[in-house]
Design a protein around this ligand. Structure first.
Ligand code: ATP
Ligand code: MG
Length: 297
């Protein structure tokens, strides 16, 4: 099953969130099977990120949005956790500081866009400026309503100017599942610290958020920066779908392992031949294969 096709929001299309089943797990009736499949994708992701880093030409930006307790943190842990930390960056966007509020809304975002070769994840993002800001009327409609256009231009800039591939995920949980997750935090001492009264208050605005999200999808899902709505009530299915989509998108970039920048023959001759000859003159010593050389079994 190609989850890109299944979960993408086609540009310009209006979706109704309550028509999308947050419990969907496809043919995966067993969590174990899904986990085994996910592991395959995560291994691939690790290889693809190595290639991205080596080539240092393209970059990847993963945007994560969800209602509270929707699983953004878990997705970061699972998906980004499969990659080499040296090539990744995660930014959590919280309430803007006084200084940030004096700037345009993209000012605090742009410095966190990935450099060539890097993978960045946004845990919340510039989309909060058309979500929470709209729901709580933090700025007038005349201001937030023109931000979709700026967002589209910004993402286009990242893609065209810097070959950044932008993948945006909405982790779709149901309102009941949210309450279940809040409850789990109450009974599990290791998760008590996560409880925030604000989360319960935000829950009262659920329908307003749904409306705001539906506008986001209709106005900002583009070919170069698509939105994917991921059924996320089952965490194992969410991890499977997100990792499969990222793998497929990265495979499509058409990355190439860069060629060596030195004359390999010369390096071999100048720095290794003498060593080889030296060890050949001392046949008793066991020779260790070079690191990275494939052993013939
Ligand atoms: P978690 O609760 O899982 O740790 P979180 O992303 O909910 O993660 P919090 O510190 O609980 O983190 O909340 C951050 C808050 O900042 C959210 O309520 C979000 O809506 C708010 N926020 C983010 N960006 C903006 C913005 N541009 N303007 C106003 N509020 C924002
Ligand atoms: Mg929170």
């Amino acid at each position: 099953m190609d989850y890109r096709k299944l979960f993408v929001v086609e540009p310009g299309k209006r979706v109704k969130l309550d028509k999308l089943d947050a419990d969907y797990t496809g043919k995966h009736c067993s969590e174990d099977r899904a986990k085994a499949e996910t592991k395959k994708y995560l291994d691939k992701l690790n290889d693809l990120q190595y290639l991205l880093y080596s080539e240092a030409r393209h970059s990847l930006l993963i945007v994560l949005q969800a209602m509270d307790a929707g699983g953004k943190d878990g997705t970061v842990r699972h998906v980004l956790g499969a990659m080499n930390p040296q090539g990744t960056m995660v930014t959590s966007f919280k309430q803007p500081t006084a200084q940030e509020l004096k700037q345009d809304f993209l000012w605090r975002v742009h410095p966190h866009a990935p450099a060539r070769g890097m993978v960045s994840a946004f845990n919340r993002s510039h989309y909060e400026d058309v979500l929470v800001v709209r729901v709580h009327k933090l700025v007038p409609k005349s201001i937030w309503s023109r931000r979709y256009e700026f967002i589209n231009e910004f993402e286009k800039l990242l893609h065209r100017e810097n070959e950044t591939y932008v993948l945006k995920f909405f982790l779709h949980i149901s309102k009941e599942e949210q309450l279940r997750r809040f409850q789990e935090r109450l009974v599990d001492p290791a998760r008590n610290w996560k409880i925030s009264e604000d989360d319960y208050k935000e829950r009262e605005y659920w329908d307003d958020y749904v409306k705001a999200y539906e506008d986001v999808f209709a106005k900002t899902s583009t070919k170069h920066a698509p939105w994917y709505i991921i059924p996320a009530n089952q965490k194992w299915f969410r991890n499977l779908a997100v990792s499969q989509i990222i793998v497929a998108a990265m495979e499509e970039i058409g990355m190439q392992m860069p060629k060596a920048q030195v004359d390999l023959e010369m390096i071999r001759r100048q720095y290794h031949q003498a060593l080889d000859e030296d060890s050949e003159s001392r046949p008793d010593e066991k020779r260790r294969p070079a690191r990275g050389a494939k052993s013939k079994k």
